[in-house]
Ligand binder design. Structure first.
Ligand code: ADP
Length: 166
């Protein structure tokens, strides 16, 4: 029997839709973890107005990572710590784009640690080209007719165009 346990990481977020920035963080995670659960939150503390329903966001993530069997996309409800524990994930991945992300991220990491000390939060920095990118900006630019091809995968672009009636 092997004493080495596989390391399951969980990357939670709203992914509305998944961007190249999220993809970059997910691929970096695969360098340090064995498997990655990309977990789309049903409930967001930030009460953002969503464009895609949760199930469609999950499908887009599956399309983006088709062929990568170490990535699983799922939706979850309720507390992240409960879902992570259920799924045997002991590492939460969050992306840090800029100092502006930091305060909220640190607070959340510390709260999650209070809730379950078995979970460690790991922050990863994206490729600098993606450091300005957010799903909300992609939604906004696409909604106003701007070209977002560079910021999302082709599968996501197709769904954005369909959703926006193009
Ligand atoms: P967004 O802020 O784009 O709506 P989410 O709520 O889906 O994103 O964020 C999930 C996680 O992914 C957060 O930790 C967020 O900081 C991170 N993230 C989002 N976009 C990027 C990016 N371009 N580069 C690095 N991390 C990112």
């Amino acid at each position: 029997m092997s004493a080495i346990k596989s390391l399951v990481a969980i990357y939670p977020g709203s992914f509305d839709p998944i961007t190249r920035g999220h993809e970059d963080i997910a691929r970096r995670t695969l360098r340090i973890a064995d498997t990655l659960l990309v977990a789309v939150a049903h409930t967001s503390s930030q009460a953002k107005k969503s464009l895609f329903p949760v199930e469609e966001r999950v499908e887009m993530i599956r399309e983006v990572f088709r062929g990568e069997d170490r990535v699983e996309a799922v939706a979850f409800d309720g507390l992240l710590v409960d879902f992570a524990r259920q799924r045997g994930a002991r590492m939460v991945i969050r992306g840090l784009r800029a100092v502006s992300d930091f305060e909220y991220e640190l607070q959340m990491a510390q709260m999650n640690r209070e809730l379950w000390s078995g979970l460690e939060t790991v922050f990863l920095a994206p490729e600098v080209d993606f450091s300005f990118l957010s799903s909300s900006l992609v939604r906004e630019v696409a909604g106003l007719g701007g070209d977002v091809e560079r910021f999302v995968s082709p599968a996501v672009l197709a769904r954005l165009n369909r959703k926006l009636g193009r």
